[in-house]
Design a protein around this ligand. Structure first.
Ligand SMILES: NC(=O)C1=CN([C@@H]2O[C@H](COP(=O)(O)OP(=O)(O)OC[C@H]3O[C@@H](n4cnc5c(N)ncnc54)[C@H](OP(=O)(O)O)[C@@H]3O)[C@@H](O)[C@H]2O)C=CC1
Ligand SMILES: O=C1O[C@H](COP(=O)(O)O)[C@@H](O)[C@H](O)[C@H]1O
Length: 492
């Protein structure tokens, strides 16, 4: 195959009329087209079961582009080119109806087929089976699986097995959209291109690490899905554990997908299991009640659209996670994530140890440790909190903690930070698997989370209430305070 044929592809989006496709995938593909990153012959084939003709489909996609892309970025020429790449095929994924049309569309082309499953995971298996029956799979075909892959380890293995009957692991791209975020990518550069940090990245220099992924939004009309999942399955099993792996892993020997994934798997295998005895001290789960965000009243979890009157599903979870290996023995990783928090904020704070001997004012001791603050969103950037002498003749040798800042948008004059899906779709088309999750990563993550969920079920506990607009139940603060530490914004 020549290199040009290698770049061109047919991207078949199963579930093309759904929320993910219309809100994220088509807008991201449009941005790639605009940036000149799509081959001239690349096509997008939308598949869903709605009765809609070709113009109707293009109209629907265009309407959503207009909704999700700022008007000044919607170039008309690009829009026309983008629409000319679109086709729609009516297909029922679970039956054989419609697959012949996909075969016909592919009849005269030799380039790669990439199948993006923007559908419930329950139809991944049937789609693979039908693709195979219609001889639509060959060694070049790639398949993209959206999260969540399963509900627990057993169901995840079942789905992965169904897909593995038809595709090799090197053809499977499991999405965790956090891996496509600009600053998440930067964790690798930060750690492995800077000796300053690389040489200090262990139990000898780091006291503890915080990972916060807070959302302002509530359930956003997804109560039916969310109530079966909860925040541990929805956010920790994938996004937070991936972040933890990138922070905690040993340096990979190179940047290949498998070198990075091998190191991440070692971290997942070294996670201290949260046994029933540790459940009360190492995990807090919460559910929001009514409260106020940005000065406006918002309903509680049980008052959201389509909610049932009772539920023990958590919308918040915080955890103290230990990693049993040589690099991280006795260094706690405090993780927390929740819905209806006071702000949307994803950040990682590396708290370095204090100097071994302290010579400044005793009352300033608590500020005298370096913190590396990695902002994933919003205001992507990195800031290192360092101690300097407070300025002024009358200040003596008083310390002042101040930041050395690197704001990505200011420093690199980036007008827009690409959406995670743009990067993921581009790497998918290039065939780079390093931003996608390997099967064993998913399964080790489930194994660790399943134990926590089993513990909750066995102990029949309910989540603690927290008011919308707060940082979670007070016991989340107590969990870290017991260790003589505090969540970053509490001490800021
Ligand atoms: N939306 C999001 O932000 C995110 C979604 N995901 C994952 O992405 C996937 C898609 O999510 P989302 O877009 O929200 O879901 P939607 O329900 O909005 O879209 C799913 C699409 O698949 C179609 N579909 C489902 N079953 C069949 C079938 N048997 N035959 C033909 N069409 C079918 C639906 O058609 P119909 O409307 O007729 O049922 C719809 O077009 C899920 O796995 C979800 O977990 C992951 C992260 C974020
Ligand atoms: O995967 C998911 O992520 C979103 C949060 O993503 P972000 O990029 O906005 O931080 C979360 O709202 C959703 O519940 C979950 O399924």
């Amino acid at each position: 195959m020549n290199s040009n044929q290698d770049k061109v592809c047919d991207l078949a989006i199963f579930g093309a009329q759904g929320d993910l496709a219309l809100r994220k995938l088509f807008p991201s593909l449009f941005q790639l087209d605009k940036a000149g990153l799509l081959d001239a012959e690349t096509r997008m084939i939308g598949l869903a079961r709605d009765h809609v003709d070709q113009p109707g489909f293009k109209e629907n996609v265009t309407e959503h582009l207009k909704k999700y892309i700022p008007a000044d970025e919607l170039d008309n020429e690009v829009l026309q080119r983008f629409c000319s790449r679109l086709q729609y095929i009516k297909l029922d994924f679970a039956t054989e109806e419609g697959y012949d049309q996909l075969v016909a569309t592919r009849a005269k082309v030799k380039h790669r087929l990439i199948c993006y499953f923007a559908t419930p995971a329950s139809v991944y298996g049937p789609i693979c089976e039908n693709l195979s029956k219609h001889q639509l799979i060959d060694s070049k075909t790639r398949v993209v699986l959206e999260k969540p892959i399963g509900y627990d380890l057993a169901s995840s293995c079942e789905i992965n097995d169904q897909v593995a009957k038809y595709f090799d692991e090197c053809q499977i791209y499991r999405i965790d959209h956090y891996l496509g975020k600009e600053t998440v990518q930067n964790l690798i550069a930060l750690r492995f291109a800077n000796n300053l940090f690389g040489s200090q990245w262990d139990l000898n220099h780091i006291d503890h690490i915080e990972i916060t992924v807070a959302e302002k939004v509530g359930i956003e009309g997804r109560w039916g899905y969310f109530d079966k999942a909860g925040q541990l399955r929805d956010m920790v099993q994938n996004h937070l554990l991936q972040l933890l792996c990138l922070i905690a892993m040993d340096p990979p020997s190179d940047l290949s997908a498998d070198s990075i994934r091998d190191e991440k798997v070692k971290v997942l295998k070294a996670l201290q299991p949260i046994t029933p005895e540790l459940l009360t001290t190492h995990v807090v789960r919460g559910q929001y009640g009514a409260g106020t965000i940005d000065g406006k009243p918002v309903p509680g979890y049980l008052e959201e659209e389509n909610a049932k009157s009772s539920s023990s599903t958590e919308s918040f979870v915080s955890l103290k996670v230990m990693i049993n290996n040589w690099r991280w023995a006795n260094v706690p990783f405090y993780l927390r994530t929740g819905k209806r928090m006071p702000e949307k904020l994803s950040q990682i704070i590396i708290h370095f140890k204090q100097q071994p001997h302290y010579i400044f004012a005793p009352e300033q001791r608590s500020i005298a440790s370096n913190k590396l603050i990695i902002r994933l969103q919003p205001d992507e950037g990195i800031s290192l909190q360092v101690m300097t002498k407070d300025q002024g003749l009358d200040k003596g040798m008083r310390l002042r903690a101040g930041p050395l800042q690197l704001s990505f948008s200011d420093t690199f004059h980036a007008d827009r930070i690409p959406d995670a899906y743009e990067r993921l779709l581009l790497e998918l088309m290039k065939g780079n698997q390093y931003l996608f999750v390997r099967r064993d990563e998913v399964e080790y993550a489930w194994r660790w989370c399943d134990r926590i969920i089993q513990g909750w079920e066995d102990q029949n506990t309910r989540p603690q209430k927290y008011p919308a607009g707060s940082w979670g139940p007070v016991s989340s603060i107590a969990m870290i305070t017991r260790d003589g530490r505090s969540w970053y914004e509490d001490s800021a």
